[in-house]
Design a protein around this ligand. Structure first.
Ligand code: NAP
Length: 522
């Protein structure tokens, strides 16, 4: 589909649907001008329609094989790759993210769809377990078999800062569909055109691969009504969310107040603490400062993994701080994603200026922001919780500790984060061994000698972490483990072979790994 054909309408049961609510448009963040077309918000009737179609599709998907769903996910991926140029062009207009960044994001999005295709096909994630009957035992031992089954219709909310990888056909959509759930996406209003283009690619693949039209829907909304109605709908079984703490928490509360509460997997903001240890500072303070500056300003500092607080022992960190300060002072301006984010950044910088010392540059013009470096003593940091909160944009906070003990106290006092980073030498690490034990309690990913921006999509990745970084620290939204969020175990006892899910039958027609009487077999 060409950009000129964008219609500004929600996609329900494979069809562009008129909607009925307020209109809105995307904006070009570089000049603040509205971008055509105008989008019509979905109505409450549209929500009912999309959910009813998803309920119809759920049975088909639950019965489908992993190989069938793999075909579907690969068709999405091929469609995204084929349309890469128009996706990149439109996303550049709507987000001001750069061409190289968006080129990488298309590849990452199709790559993660293909990863989930392989996972669905291979079937180990299903955790198929078979415990055979033993009628001679007293009492007789029953035949019990269990497997992970899909939940039913899932709602996905994407984030503004990843118009592809955490959006319409992003990680949550890929993992929920790979597990066999229909998906209804609430489009992010900051990149509606990119969302609509992807929505058409997904719809075309759903139709071509013979899946029911209710497998996928995309709903637009100028406000929160549609998202709230979806989360509260009794037929919705789970929610995947990527975005702000405020948004994620609001959806968690709505879901918890339902007559039948449902899980909300919300990946929210994070400040991503970094601990810079003395021997590394002595060996390579200039390189560490340059890499830190590159990391906290990457993408205009609009990454959930941005290093937002950096702990240094004051006596060892003088050269490091000085280099960092000069790097920041020489830095350019960054376009922020939306006027809302620019305004919020300005507001939070003003607050931070009142709480900490400013070491770096000031605010840029229009929606452009210059990076700002703040500094505070550990005592002050301990006193005011606002200093440990995320500021979304190109800024970071140096926390000056007077001793190793004070640094460890800061680590112990941390809330949950997506990542925690240690920069040090092996000797540093041996001398601060307790830091790793502390940080594994605080973060989803503990990193040694690298920066947290950039999340590899693979089988081992954990992009999660304890609350408030996420709503459920036992899960991840990136990597193949993410599939487990959208399934639940069901045991079948005494069931005849023909009535079992194929993955639990002795003939194992779908050839998935089975744990038979505790022994892994294929
Ligand atoms: P956002 O403002 O929370 O928006 C996310 C989505 O949720 C949007 O569709 C938004 O609609 C909707 N929403 C927000 N509040 C809502 C509410 N009360 N009720 C119903 N729907 C609601 O987040 P964002 O600005 O897109 O992204 C920036 C934030 O996301 C940062 O904090 C960043 O750290 C975080 N983030 C986290 C990750 C991660 O993996 N953990 C990744 C990327 C970004 P509206 O736009 O209409 O408000």
């Amino acid at each position: 589909m060409a950009v000129e054909q964008l219609a500004g309408l929600s996609l329900i049961e494979g069809v562009a649907t008129k909607g009925g609510g307020a209109t809105f448009s995307g904006y070009n963040p570089t000049d603040g001008n509205a971008l055509e077309p105008f989008y019509t918000s979905a109505s409450v009737t549209d929500v009912e329609h999309a959910v009813a179609a998803a309920v119809k599709a759920a049975e088909f998907l639950a019965a489908s094989s992993g190989a069938d769903r793999a075909r579907l996910l690969r068709a999405f991926a091929d469609g995204l790759d084929a349309a890469a140029e128009s996706l990149i062009e439109r996303a550049m207009l709507e987000t001001a993210l750069t061409r190289p960044r968006l080129t990488g994001e298309v590849a990452r999005t199709s790559g993660q769809l293909r990863l989930f295709a392989r996972v669905a096909e291979e079937g180990a994630w299903l955790n198929a377990r078979i415990d055979m009957a033993d009628p001679s035992r007293t009492p007789p031992k029953p035949d019990v078999r269990s497997v992970l089954r899909p939940l039913g219709p899932v709602v996905v909310f994407g984030a503004s800062n990843f118009p592809l990888a955490f959006s319409v056909a992003g990680g949550d959509t890929a993992s929920a569909l790979a597990a066999g759930n229909p998906v209804i996406v609430k489009a992010h209003p900051a990149h509606p055109g990119t969302g609509e283009l992807v929505g058409h690619i997904v719809n075309a693949a759903v139709a071509r691969e013979g899946f029911p039209a209710g497998t996928f829907a995309l709903l637009f909304d100028a406000g929160y009504e549609v998202g709230a109605a979806l989360v509260q709908h009794p037929e919705i079984k789970a929610v995947g969310f990527t975005g702000s703490f405020r948004g994620g928490r609001a959806l968690m509360d709505l879901a918890a107040k339902r007559e039948v509460p449902i899980p909300v997997y919300a990946e929210m903001g994070s400040t991503n603490p970094v601990f810079v240890l003395p021997k590394a500072l002595a060996e390579r303070s200039a390189a560490l400062a340059a890499d830190l500056q590159a990391s906290f300003t990457l993408g205009g500092g609009q990454f959930c993994t941005k290093p937002g607080m950096v702990f240094v022992e004051e006596q060892h960190g003088r050269a490091f701080v000085e280099t960092l300060r000069s790097k920041v002072a020489a830095g350019g301006a960054f376009s922020l994603l939306t006027a809302g984010i620019a305004k919020q950044f300005e507001h939070e910088l003003a607050e931070r200026r009142s709480l900490a010392k400013t070491l770096g540059a000031e605010r840029g013009e229009g929606h452009a922001a210059q990076s700002v470096l703040f500094e505070v003593s550990a005592e002050k940091f301990f006193e005011d919780k606002r200093l440990s909160e995320e500021v979304f944009g190109p800024t970071t906070l140096l926390v000056q500790c007077d001793s190793k003990e004070q640094m460890m106290a800061a680590a112990r006092g941390l809330e949950g984060h997506l990542t925690a980073t240690i920069l040090g030498t092996p000797e540093d690490l041996a001398e601060h061994a307790e830091l790793i034990r502390i940080l594994e309690q605080k973060a989803g990913r503990v990193i040694f000698n690298a920066f947290p921006t950039g999340v590899e999509v693979n089988h081992a990745m954990v992009h999660g972490g304890p609350y408030p970084a996420t709503s459920d620290g036992r899960s991840t939204s990136v990597g193949s483990l993410a599939i487990l969020r959208f399934a639940r175990p069901v045991a079948f006892q005494g069931m005849p072979q023909f009535a079992l899910p194929p993955e639990l039958q002795d003939a194992n027609p779908r050839k998935v790994p089975q744990l038979r009487d505790g022994v892994l077999a294929i």
